[in-house]
Design a protein around this ligand. Structure first.
Ligand code: ZN
Length: 450
């Protein structure tokens, strides 16, 4: 480990506190005054680069990927508009896109979030009764090693959808009841619906258990004997299923167990339109984001070629977004690629993903929006950080920037859109809903608590 340069960063709670105390209340108030209630007919755009934010990296000479990436689009928004930071993940909740984006859509996750299961269920068009519980259900590969039970693969070798559907159908046929069934999805990702079931169980995401002895997690299901019985029956069916026998003979990991997790009842989200008096649309390749859009009563728009990866149809998302703004007041465009490559741990690809997001989404959007209006407000942000160094999500605050075409008529100073610039701004929001209400300016802000 080289000597760590003392530099302002998001990485510690102390740094955050110190930074919050750096600015006086007066300074915060002055900074926040710049936005006034929006003009009639204003169009709103939220561009989310999933997991773009990061920590400073030695390889980058103590800079972050956002800092070194080429981002004239986001720099423009920060330089002409406002930049700040936001605590999108409430303490005590996991730093997932589901939690963060629920907040950015204005719903406080600490009150509304019930689990990812029901959000995924909504994305598949499943409508649950209030007493029903939806679990995300993986097909997984478990393996005995002596007395240990190991989570060998959380995806059963990324099993094909075709094989998975056949396995799920067998499970439903022989183990399903009038209360429990699995709704097949894609590859290893499915939904288990337990009608009138319990949601209070402690469950563990299988990708967090990879390679570990999982008896503790498996025995946690004992709390709910009805569900446990279903799991055991499913394992018996999977164990001798022809598809798994074939997979074994081909040296592929068998899908020899189901793993329900992330459960909850459907969150009660009041319609976005009712709350904000704005008609909104969402564009994303990710099921969770789609599910949130549906639950919030927002229009979800499918874009051909949207993959959730580096090869996604960036311009297509913008084109569909511009089109949507003719009928809607607000559009949210979510791009997953920076998060995916951060999980892969590729610094090079992360910088590339940010460059692409800026060039093909942010700048392209700025180019095209003027075709339909000269009154627009644009928010660019990440949902959460996905630091390369940890290859997983972080709960630390995220940078954001807002540009208002009516108010921001001149450049304030040359700013680089990055964590450090954001962190040096007096505008900090302690939640996603606060950032959204600042952006939409529909509600007075209570800065005293910030
Ligand atoms: Zn992620």
């Amino acid at each position: 480990m080289g000597r760590r340069k003392k530099i302002k960063s998001f990485e510690t709670e102390e740094a955050k506190k110190e930074n919050l105390e750096k600015f006086s209340k007066e300074e915060k108030k002055r900074a926040i005054k710049f936005l006034t209630p929006p003009e009639e007919g204003m169009k709103y755009v939220i561009l989310i680069g999933d997991g773009m934010g990061d920590f400073i990296l030695k390889e980058l000479n103590w800079k972050t990927p956002l800092e070194v990436a080429i981002t004239p689009g986001m720099d423009f928004i920060a330089s002409w508009g406002e930049i700040g930071w936001c605590q999108t993940i409430p303490s005590g909740l996991h730093p997932g896109s589901d939690v963060a984006i629920m907040g950015l859509l204005g719903y406080p996750p600490e009150k509304k979030y019930t689990g990812r299961g029901p959000i995924e269920a909504a994305s598949k068009g499943l409508v649950l009764k209030p007493e029903d519980v939806a679990y995300r259900c993986n097909l997984v590969t478990l393996k005995f090693e002596g007395k240990d039970l190991i989570m060998e693969d959380y995806s059963a070798g990324h099993i094909s959808t075709e094989e998975a559907i056949e396995l799920i159908e067998s499970i439903n046929r022989y183990a399903g009841t009038d209360k429990i069934e699995i709704v097949p999805g894609k590859s290893y990702r499915h939904i288990l619906i337990w009608r009138g079931g319990s949601g209070g169980l402690t469950t563990y995401p299988p990708h967090d258990l990879l390679g570990k002895n999982i008896w503790f997690a498996f025995e946690a299901y004992n709390e709910e004997p009805y569900l446990k019985e279903f799991i055991i029956k499913a394992i018996e069916i999977l164990e001798k299923h022809p598809i798994n026998l074939k997979r074994k003979s081909q040296n592929k990991p068998p899908a020899n167990a189901i793993w329900p997790w992330g459960q909850g009842r459907t969150p009660e989200l009041e319609s976005f339109e009712k709350i904000w008096k704005l008609k909104g649309a969402v564009i994303s390749a990710v099921d969770l984001v789609k599910g949130l859009a549906i639950l919030a009563g927002l229009t979800f728009i499918e874009v051909p070629g949207a993959t959730g990866y580096l090869d996604t149809n960036y311009e297509g998302k913008v084109d569909y977004g511009i089109e949507a703004l003719k009928e809607h007041d607000l559009v949210v465009i979510h791009v997953e690629a920076p998060d995916e490559v951060s999980h892969e741990g590729s610094l090079e690809l992360k910088i590339k993903a940010i460059n692409e997001f800026d060039r093909r989404v942010v700048r392209y959007f700025l180019e095209r929006i003027v075709e339909i209006t000269d009154k627009y407000r644009i928010l660019v942000c990440c949902d959460h950080l996905t630091p390369i160094s940890i290859r997983t999500h972080s709960s630390k605050p995220v940078p954001w920037a807002i540009f208002d075409s009516v108010r921001n008529r001149e450049k304030k100073k040359d700013l680089n859109f990055c964590e450090k610039t954001a962190y040096n701004s007096p505008i900090f929001f302690k939640s996603g809903p606060e950032l959204l209400s600042y952006f939409l300016m529909r509600e007075p802000l209570n800065l005293e608590e910030s």
